[in-house]
Design a protein around this ligand. Structure first.
Ligand code: ARG
Length: 633
């Protein structure tokens, strides 16, 4: 029996039985509908096939179930089922796997890949993951956790499955607001109020806001002041502000033109702002243990030379049209009422124009078969429009004619404990690096209490992994599209569905294996990480006897499919919930099935192998989520 998910193997046996029972009359699309049992008392899995089949065949479902059972061959896999008493409720068929069969499946899984088989060369995909997406001159704030952490986890999932992954940090470094900051920095620099060499991202963040405010005319204020006659002084001030805003916008537009035409001074200042922003962003990504580095940065500015061409191309091919001086792509045929604006009437390009060029580059230059965008759900309409327009334009079509999958892995908002978007008390965005530092500090206190024996260095190292891991796990374990409430107390708890709990579960497994070596001289190498040469070599036999062993075995056997389904659905939380169930199953196993104190050597060895396999699955799962595994904590 090669390693496959029991659900898959059962599915094949059931389909064979259904064919044998109903022959030609079996509908083409008949599905064995195998699912894990909700209640282990009834069995491990159940087939729900009889209900829809009964309908299709015009036969009572219980009778259908009985006919299936009569033709069902479960030898070497599950307990035989009695056709009379084996049908439950309206027509469920419950299946109980045999311990030996589970042991064999686990034995096959106990290889370095843990049952995750690499795709055949023709099935290997290039997956382009859009992640992080910070903006020039702005601090990373709490919203960027999600784009970074979810994007990185998705990238890791595809890497784990053997696909070719290209990360793209769509750095927002181009456009009018960017030019306005650049213009502002230039003025500050010329007035000697800022030193380009020493300016920090905090300085830039403040300047960004001032530049925005300066360029936003308070027309309403002025109108009100006039209407209610607030006095000449107030009116004069507001008039000045409105005129100033006009001037700032003009300065911004001129600076954008200067940037576009490569004006040396302006470009040098802009480049410096970009460098400061990116350096800080990369530091935060490293702090987050996210694999997002300089080399993955493909800023909006890298598309600047392509935008005019995109618009011309789409106009020439009739995909886009002019409308009141602007250029739009109508998307009614794709069921989207709002047309996509790709060039403003003043000739300026938009965020969407860049994303269209992005799809083209990612599919046609980088060879993407699947483009995944880890971006806030509030941009859903934008991505639906961009995907529809890109598809219409043929930008999603690869050289060989295949069409790439374009997907928005949309995520919800992080909320504070008051249920409102997470902000500081004074309503400011929370700076991501501060939040991460606080997580590590809190973790350090918790770790120190839990294990006072750790050296200062070690405590700090552990706290780093625990604090950051806790934040990431909270972000990943929630259903991606939903909002979630950020609570330090909850996410740092050592009990429950948290990062620290999972890291701790792994630490426990490792400590059992260390003890096994100390007390019984069992070389963990024979248990933990079989090398190529040890594959298939003599390893102790796995035996699945106790209910808790069975529960653990069943969860372990879900490992590969949990990873595959998390990647397919772009839902890291599926892997989280598998790891949590695995940790819980292990804890149940450990409580009821003594490992080192097992009654005999065969049992001890079997349980040690189960423990080692659990440890490896936990470890690979955590790494795939981007969470650091630990040896001690
Ligand atoms: N910079 C954008 C923002 O802050 C996110 C970029 C997302 N990626 C993309 N290809 N549009 O909203």
């Amino acid at each position: 029996m090669s390693l496959r998910d029991p659900i898959e193997i059962l599915g094949e046996r059931f389909i064979a039985a259904m064919r044998a029972a109903f022959g030609e009359t079996l509908p083409q699309n008949a599905d064995p509908l195998i699912a894990a049992s909700r209640n282990p008392e009834f069995g491990d899995f159940q087939s729900n096939a009889a209900m829809p089949l009964g309908k299709a065949l015009g036969m009572p479902p219980r009778e259908v179930a009985q006919r299936i059972i009569e033709h069902l061959d479960l030898s070497g896999l599950a307990e035989p089922i009695d056709p009379k008493s084996g049908v439950a409720g309206p027509g469920f068929i419950n299946v109980r796997l045999q311990g030996d069969a589970l042991a064999q499946l686990l034995d096959a899984m106990d290889e370095p890949e843990l049952g995750v088989t690499p795709p055949a060369p023709e099935d290997r995909q290039t997956v382009v993951v859009d992640l992080c997406g910070v903006n020039l001159a702005k601090q990373m704030h709490v919203g960027h956790i999600r784009a970074t952490v979810i994007g990185d986890a998705l990238a890791r999932l595809f890497e784990c499955l053997g696909h070719h992954v290209i990360r793209q940090n769509h750095f927002g470094d181009w456009g009018l607001p960017i030019a306005m900051v650049t213009a502002f920095v230039r003025l500050e620099h010329e007035a000697d109020r800022i030193d380009l060499q020493t300016m920090t991202l905090d300085d830039l963040d403040a300047i960004y806001r001032r530049a925005q405010a300066e360029a936003t005319p308070d027309q309403r204020g002025l109108d009100a002041a006039r209407k209610f006659d607030l006095g000449p002084k107030a009116i004069a001030e507001l008039e000045e502000q409105v005129a100033g805003a006009e001037e700032a916008r003009l300065r911004g537009r001129n600076t954008l033109i200067a940037l576009q035409s490569g004006d040396e001074t302006v470009v040098r200042i802009w480049q410096r702002i970009a460098d400061v922003t990116l350096a800080e962003c990369m530091r935060t990504c490293a702090q987050l243990h996210a694999n997002v580095t300089e080399e993955f940065t493909a800023g909006e500015s890298t598309y600047r030379g392509e935008l005019a061409g995109v618009v011309e191309d789409l106009l020439a091919r009739g995909v886009a049209e002019e409308s009141r001086g602007a250029v739009i792509v109508r998307l009614d045929d794709a069921g989207i009422a709002e047309p996509l604006l790709i060039r403003k009437s003043d000739g300026g390009f938009l965020y969407a124009t860049t994303d269209l060029a992005g799809v083209r580059r990612r599919v046609q230059k980088l060879g993407g078969d699947r483009l995944v965008y880890a971006v806030d759900a509030r941009q859903s309409l934008h991505f639906r429009q961009v995907f529809a327009a890109a598809t219409k334009a043929g930008y999603a079509t690869k050289a060989d004619g295949r069409i790439a999958r374009l997907e928005h892995a949309a995520f919800g908002t992080i909320l504070g404990e008051d249920g409102r978007p997470f902000k500081t008390r004074s309503g400011e965005n929370i700076k991501l690096s501060n939040l991460l530092e606080e997580a590590v500090e809190r973790a350090e206190r918790a770790v120190g209490e839990k294990n006072p024996d750790l050296s200062d260095d070690e405590r700090r190292r552990v706290a780093e992994a625990v604090g950051i891991g806790a934040i990431k796990y909270a972000d990943l374990s929630n259903d991606r599209v939903k909002d979630y409430v950020f609570s330090f107390d909850r996410l740092l708890a050592f009990e429950g569905d948290t990062g620290p709990y999972l890291q701790y579960a792994l630490v426990r497994v490792k400590s059992i294996l260390r003890n096994a070596q100390e007390k019984f001289g069992i070389d963990p190498a024979t248990l933990v990480r079989p090398s190529e040469s040890q594959r298939g070599a003599d390893r102790p036999t796995i035996r699945i006897v106790e209910p808790a062993e069975k529960t653990l075995a069943l969860e372990l056997l879900r490992h590969a499919s949990a990873i595959a389904s998390a990647a397919e659905a772009l839902e890291p939380h599926r892997l989280c919930s598998h790891l949590y169930s695995l940790a819980t199953a292990f804890s149940g196993f450990f409580q009821t099935c003594p490992v080192l104190q097992a009654p005999d050597e065969t049992t001890r060895h079997s349980r040690l192998r189960l423990s080692a396999l659990t440890g490896r699955a936990m470890e690979s799962g955590l790494v795939t989520l981007g969470i650091q595994p630990l040896d001690r904590m």
